[in-house]
Design a protein around this ligand. Sequence first.
Ligand code: GLY
Ligand code: MN
Ligand code: MN
Length: 465
Amino acid sequence: MNTSVPTSVYAQRRARMAQQLGSNGIAIVPTAPERQRNRDSDFLFRHDSYFYYLTGFTEPHAWLVVTSDGQSTLFCQPKDLEREIWDGYRLGPEAAAGALGVQAAYPVGDLDQQLPRLLENREVVWFPFAIHEGLEQRVAGWLNQVRARVRYGAMCPEQQRDLCAVLDEMRLVKDAHEQDIMRRAAAISARAHVRAMQTCAAMLRAGKDVREYHLDAELMHEFRMGGSQYPAYSSIVAAGANACVLHYRADVAPVRAGELVLIDAGCELDGYASDITRTFPADGRFTGPQRALYDLVLASQEAAAAVTRPGARFTDPHEAAVKVLAQGMLDVGLLDKDKVGTLDDVIEKRAYFPFYMHRTGHWLGMDVHDAGSYVEPGEVGQVSERKDPLSGETIKNRPSRILQPGMVLTIEPGIYVRPGEGVPEHFHNIGIRIEDDAIVTAQGCELITRGVPVKADELEALMRD
Ligand code: GLY
Ligand code: MN
Ligand code: MN
């Protein structure tokens, strides 16, 4: 259970959700299943984010049912001394009402018996669509049991609706408790990046063989020392040319002086993710071409952060970053003016795409790529069409989300230079990304990950010490 957030906060979230279920609806939210890794070993269990958002409860085999009148029922593992000796403590239904503030609790084995009763005489049944394997069939089975009773006057729900839409909107704006946890997660991750950088330089100075996995180990050390439960995603530790592989993992490649190292890693703390990328010279000194591209990526991130504020669109930081990157690519000779034309041409034709092929950010929260629509809800009907200059595809656009205080997003521009015709050789195999996590505030945004330096001079100084 997450004890850093009061039980009343989860009760308030359930009440807010209940108000959106219609006059006579019911919502069913399971936690995640346990997943087998091999034979009788499971992957480390990670609760379902929606379930956790509404309960703070982290045990497997648990379900939440909420009705429009605000009544919550929890199904959880029963107390069982023998199983608890093997697998650990269970809260049990008897203690659940008091501990979680739900109105009723049953052993999870009673689900098939209780659900038809709970569904009877409801108009709409809500559950997360296309997330839990087999849930649709399970709901259908319960509804069938209700239908079998209609001749005795029972009413069966006639509508099924996707609960994700309701919960995604709620999750998009983080409350003070969530922001507090995210700041703490960000601080731990920042320390982990500092530790990995300093270890890298120190090991190279000592003449040691440094591998990507050594730096991964340093990250993990700091995550766990800070109280984080696990990484929020598989850490990327990419030495040299590996940085140009966007979804690279920490592997065995040697980390060599003179090359850059890109680390994209963040911990999960009490259910909330952090997501930081830093790119640094392995031996603590940027070469001229590395520094030129690094300063360009940093300038583009500063431009993106400057427009991250309430009232701006989600796409504004991306557009600001692209403008700086595209101009920089022309200035440093990554793009040839004679071939690609002016800055406007580069943006219009997306000529920067071979070197910058991803978006500048995403929502961040319980999931590293968090829930929440990227389209402004009041404007979904305003569809425009444009032809993509690279693929020739016709793309339908809807107005991008308007930022509000409490939304959290990453700002993560980059440049990735694979060797190719006309690409200046001194830039070959340089991959740089700089990623920080931003909470939208009343005036602008708060970068919560700046516990790890970002300016080139500061990185060099950090690695000298
Ligand atoms: N680490 C995943 C991402 O940056 O989106
Ligand atoms: Mn990210
Ligand atoms: Mn990242």
